[in-house]
Design a protein. Sequence first.
Length: 171
Amino acid sequence: MSSYSAKFELFNLQDDPFELDDLSGDYPQLVDSFRNDYYKWYEDVSSTRKNNYETPRVIIGNDAGTKTVLTRQDWIREVVKWWGDKGCWLLTVDRDATFDISVKTADPKPGWNVTLTVGNVIKKGLMKGNFLTFKGIELKKGDITISSEVTKGNKIYSRMHVFIDRISVND
C-alpha cells in the first residue's frame, strides 16, 4: 500500500449523485470503518490481479447492458494542478452500434458550451438546463476514449455524468 494518504469522503449517492455534500465529518466512525474495509479489500485484490494498476475500461454496447452511466468514479483525470477539470473515460465498444450520448450537469447551465469527444468524433452544442443529448453517434467495436467539457468563457464545469444509450446494432 502506498504511503499516500487520501482524504476519504462520504456521500449519500441516492440524494446527492454529483457528490456535492461531503458527510464524512458527520460520520467519522463510519468513514473509519469503510477505510479499514477498503484497505483490506485493496490488499486482497492487489495480490490476485495480473496487472493491478492498469486502468479498467468501461464496456458499452453489449446486450447485457444497453445503457451506461459514466460518473467521476470512472473518470481518468489528466495530470494538472487542480482536480477534475480535464479528463476522460476509457471505454471498450463491444460491437459496432449507434448510440445517443447525453451530458448531465449537477445544476442547470443554460447557454454553456458542451464539447463531447468520442474517439476522433467531436460534437458541440449548447446546454439546455442541465442536460444535452447528442443523437446517432456511430461507434466501431474497439477501445475508445470519451471526454466532455462544459464551458463558458474561461470557466470549466466538471461535475457531470455522461449517459450512453445504445439505440441500434450495426452488424
